[in-house]
Write a protein that binds this ligand. Structure first.
Ligand code: BDR
Ligand code: CA
Length: 309
């Protein structure tokens, strides 16, 4: 079977944890590595969380590469914007990024920077590699800056970020991943690479509700840790639903037909009151396919199925 080669660029993060487990589990994916970015927590925490998860899942052969601390481009951010960002991140993901505890890692990250790894891997597998960023787009933008030929080498990018026809989640305009580094997002979205954008338009509505206690029924290690995570989120944060932002993005690589896509040009507002807003203009020849609708029931069933493999 010809598996799809992916790099998952991630900032774990509660929902990132589900996305990583999907990438580890799916028989249709060849996970080349995890590249780590700061976002939901500091780069130290997001790296530690990734390594701990691989240790817990007994998948320590999967390489982890540390990337940029990102977590908001402070140079272009006002103190108020920084506060919005910090309180959103702590409210959703806690101080360390995860609402569940994992074992101490038995491995460390590899000795190559994430940006280097992305470039090397894209060159090694020209036309085959799909990048799946589910955190701030800093690593991907840095890789594009360092090696512009990435535009020809990468097959496509399936990213979690933005909100085109719906409000944001950090502010009423901006979605978290884009808010963290709008300039990076602009560089990626205008790169000309084929992009599938899984934004809040499709990810926020696709959620697991508190009462859906049987969503994951099995007893695999992945299912057990996710059940613990969901229980803690529902019991300790007062939230009644958990959005499947990052898992949907991995799903979009496997089953794009579950999502309605429309071609847009997308740019990002990098200053002023609408800081971090993704502005979409319909263009049949645009490079960015924006997910504007999703079969939620089937998507959730498929995610559960992959997690149970
Ligand atoms: C995105 O931001 C983070 O909170 C999640 O991990 C997801 O990638 C949703 O806005
Ligand atoms: Ca994420």
């Amino acid at each position: 079977m010809n598996k799809t080669k992916i790099i998952l660029d991630t900032d774990p993060g509660n929902d990132d944890l589900l996305a990583i487990i999907m990438a580890l589990k799916s028989e249709l994916l060849d996970l080349r590595g995890l590249t780590i970015v700061g976002g939901n927590a500091s780069i130290e925490h997001t790296t530690g969380n990734a390594l701990s998860l691989l240790t817990y899942m007994d998948r320590i052969e999967v390489p982890v590469y540390v990337g940029d601390a990102s977590a908001l481009n402070e140079a272009s951010t006002s103190p108020e914007e920084f506060e919005e960002f910090k309180s959103h991140r702590i409210e959703i993901h806690g101080e360390t990024g995860l609402h569940v505890s994992l074992p101490n890692p038995s491995i460390g990250p590899r000795n190559i920077h994430a940006v280097e790894f992305i470039i090397e891997e894209a060159e090694r597998h020209k036309g085959e590699l799909i990048l799946v960023p589910v955190g701030p787009l800093t690593n991907i933008a840095l890789a594009l800056k360092k090696q512009p030929r990435l535009v020809d080498w990468v097959k496509s990018i399936n990213l979690m970020g933005g909100a085109v026809n719906v409000p944001g989640n950090v502010t009423k305009y901006a979605e978290f991943n884009i808010y963290c580094d709008p300039e990076a997002a602009n560089a990626v979205l205008s790169s000309g690479i084929d992009i599938k954008m899984c934004g809040l338009d499709i990810t926020r509505v696709t959620s697991v509700k508190k009462e859906e206690t049987d969503w994951l029924a099995g007893n695999s290690a992945g299912e057990k840790i996710i059940r613990r995570l969901l229980n803690t989120v529902f019991e300790t944060t007062g939230r009644n639903s958990f959005s499947l932002h990052d898992p949907i993005t991995v799903l979009s690589v496997l089953y794009p037909e579950l999502i309605d896509w429309k071609e847009y040009d997308v740019s990002v507002i990098c200053e002023g009151s609408q800081f971090g807003k993704t502005v979409g203009t319909l263009n049949p020849n645009g490079c960015v396919s924006v997910g504007i609708g999703i079969d939620q029931v089937l998507a959730k069933a498929k995610i559960a199925e992959i997690l149970s493999e």
